[in-house]
Design a protein around this ligand. Sequence first.
Ligand code: PLP
Length: 433
Amino acid sequence: MQTRFDLTQADIPQSWYNLLADFPEPLPPPLHPATRQPVPPEALEAIFPKNLVHQEMCPDRYVEIPGPVRDIYALWRPTPLMRAVRFEKALQTPAHIYYKYEGVSPAGSHKVNTSVAQAFFNKEAGTKRLATETGAGQWGASLAMACKLFGLACNVYMVKVSYQQKPYRRMLMHTWGATVHPSPSDQTEYGRKLLAEDPHCPGSLGIAISEAIEDTIKTPNTKYSLGSVLNHVCLHQTVIGQETIRQMELAGEEPDTIFGCCGGGSNFAGLVFPFIQKKIKEGKKYRIIGVEPSACPSLTKGELRYDFGDTAETTPLLMMYTLGHKFIPPSIHAGGLRYHGMAPMVSHALKLGLIEAEAYHQTRVFESATLWAQTEGIVPAPESAHAIAAVAEHAVKAREAGRKTVLLFNLSGHGLLDLSSYETFMTGKLQDV
Ligand SMILES: *Cc1c(COP(=O)(O)O)cnc(C)c1O
């Protein structure tokens, strides 16, 4: 039986798909916090290059992928679509379970789909250096690789607890030539203020974003780069869903339900936005489900309102499902799913009823992840494992109902640098919050 559905290098998409062009209602714009008026593009150019600001607000349905970006994508794209027959069998489910595997990239996750694009457009715009933040290090590593490939310097603020507890991704960033600071750091005024108040401050993603933005504004030839949440990041990730649509055709099936884990929302957006287009344009009836941790439940328990993207209140206000920009999530192990908000485009899709959301507890997530590793071989990233837990839940429901159904999800990355959280789970030390 065929269980792997491959495309060739020539099938790497020629353009990114922009859901902004097809939303039945326009996305509320980012607002200036003082005036509460829409932020003019020029204001965003203080931290982003003009070409990416254009993509952020772009009305075009398709944005061409530049040749040099496609050439780098070819190092790992197209990524495989697989059918998880052994996992199906273990669950004794009549469901067919398909997964798109983004863990084959050099950094081990989907994040390089946008880091390579962002480094390219910054290089084109004359940027010499990028500043960014990273939680567990997946984004910092992805941007470090992309910067090195395009000859840019890369300065990363890494949440201090992760800097201390997760040395391997820090080493990966160093291997790719980046400079890494534990955040809060002594590099910025905001960091020094926080350190004066509490020298042992463990840091948070919101704090690290504030530091990276301050660095950007104060350092010549520097721009800021974000690995999730923003429209242009979701845009770049749509290579995932476009490839998947063709691969599901090769498999001769259509998904009934589509899943992705949600931190800032970008890998989920990347898989599902091209399918949402088919819902809107072709009247397809897919159920599309964003899966988040119960410990950081912005989609299922958050409020839809304008909020800041960072703790120091330096970003524009974004309309999104949020737990509040001062929310510091409990230190669950799925480091990449700890953001207080959700991508405005994903939030808008939920508001319009185009998607749904579910939340799962950590122990359930690691049980599913372990069953996955023991049946399909791949050790999933703890973030991706949230999607696996949801898929398992729906597969078991299908068994109980005796109903054949086709489930599809994005396996956003591998967990080979997250084995310490597997150990925490296996030794019974993981707690649900
Ligand atoms: C960062 C990360 C996520 C969460 O980020 P999104 O923007 O929600 O995709 C999910 N999976 C992996 C493997 C990650 O590295």
